[in-house]
Design a protein around this ligand. Sequence first.
Ligand code: C5P
Length: 227
Amino acid sequence: MNTELIVVLDVDTREEALDIVAACEGCEYFKIGSQLFTRCGPEIVRLLIDQGKKVMLDLKYHDIPNTVNHAVKAAVDLGVSLITLHAGGGSGMIAAARKATEGSATQLLAVTVLTSMNEETLRSDVGIPESPTETVPRWAKMAIEAGAHGIVCSAQEIELVRAAIGDKALIVTPGIRPQWASKDDQQRIMTPRDASNAGANFIVVGRPILNHENPAEAVKLVKEELN
Ligand code: C5P
């Protein structure tokens, strides 16, 4: 599987973000999430796109269909390549989001169960009496049928999700930890090599690169695992 790396820009300032981008020479995809976007706004997205980078805007929309439709239109106008929304928002919300991407190259990714959750928290906090291995493929199938172009899930669930959504849709996996990195708050983790072998189209890597004393070296090590 040809798996692409998406580097996470979970930092507070535009300068830190641009330093990471400069250090990650040869990387095409960067993820801007709620931390950096709330600090710096759409300008940071434009700065990266102007440098020829591709942006995954990870704001995980979860709202009524009309609001999500307009938010996705705004993201499409910014020129982002990938946008996330929560599968838990349901098929009406996802269909409204898909409508907003028509005629653009922007692809919509439905986030299933967060990789920081496990069976216990899914049951006790959210009230879903299933394991993630049941909820994730069920939500993935619903989201793709409603119009999502791909799914965000744990690499541990790739096989189940592929069986539920077929070969064409994208699978994007956070919760990636090389053997040399700390687990942090992630629960359902996998190494870059195993995620690639399992069939991830993209892996999303944050703290193993951001917290490494030499981020460029961390990128090199992760990419070696993908080849
Ligand atoms: O630092 P780390 O590699 O854990 O970063 C993972 C990134 O992926 C974070 O920005 C987090 O918001 C995001 N993410 C996740 N689990 C999901 C969806 C997105 O960890 N299910």
